[in-house]
Ligand binder design. Structure first.
Ligand code: TMP
Length: 218
């Protein structure tokens, strides 16, 4: 029987600890017989990875930053995500549009309505490329939000790597990003699974598994 494509995104402030759980979920889904595409934003295609390098390391204003995020997303969506969903695969994406609402909207103060307009423009894909469940404005079927206090996330990140333009931001920026995620989750509660990421790794993993199992996908 043909399997349905599933689009799962992972969100949270820098240092929330998404990566190990994305890998574990990919493994669990593969063991359950699914074909999994692991990808990330900004990035996921050769062009979008070039845009990522610019957005993370070059100085620019909030509008330029926002447009780059959506340009990268459009390429990623049409080249990788939509074709994988049409083949019935599971796409695990480390960040997607909620990050733009949280970072550029919440963090940088970019206008929320303009983001919604750009979202609709950049994410609208028509048949025959798209499968029936993912045409029109494509959004994740499930978004797992790793939520934790910025002070805890900062402690986890301290000294692990040279910070990029976002990681180098002060705590107040990440408070605003967190509030942006909360606003987005309250607007689209059915799509969001909020996970308390300030717990031991095992407990976080059980919550991640639980969110996917609750939808009958694992
Ligand atoms: P990461 O892949 O290491 O999490 O880094 C990506 C960074 O880019 C992270 O700090 C969040 C930021 N970002 C945005 O500001 N807007 C976006 O739309 C996306 C996808 C990421």
């Amino acid at each position: 029987m043909a399997q349905h494509g599933r689009f799962i995104s992972f969100e949270g402030i820098d240092g929330a600890g998404k990566s190990t759980h994305i890998e574990a979920l990919a493994q669990a889904l593969r063991e359950a017989g699914r074909t999994v595409v692991r990808t990330r934003e900004p990035g996921g295609t050769p062009l979008a990875e070039k845009i990522r390098a610019l957005a993370l390391h070059e100085a620019m204003d909030a509008l330029t930053e926002t447009l780059l995020m959506f340009a990268a997303r459009r390429d990623h969506l049409t080249q990788v995500i939509v074709p994988a969903l049409a083949r019935g695969e599971v796409v695990l994406c480390d960040r997607f549009t909620d990050a733009t609402f949280a970072y550029q909207g919440g963090g940088r103060g970019f206008d929320w309505e303009s983001l919604s307009l750009l979202e609709r423009l950049a994410q609208t894909v028509q048949a025959p490329e798209a499968d029936l469940a993912h045409k029109g404005m494509v959004q994740p079927d499930l978004t797992i939000w790793f939520d934790l206090p910025p002070a805890v996330a900062a402690e986890r990140l301290a000294g692990t790597r040279v910070p990029d333009r976002f990681e180098a931001q002060p705590a107040a920026f990440f408070e605003a990003v967190r509030a942006g995620y909360a606003r987005r989750a309250s607007q689209q509660p059915a799509r969001f699974a909020r996970i308390d990421a300030d717990q031991p790794r095992e407990a976080v993993w059980r919550a991640v598994q639980g969110a996917v199992q609750a939808r009958g996908w694992l």
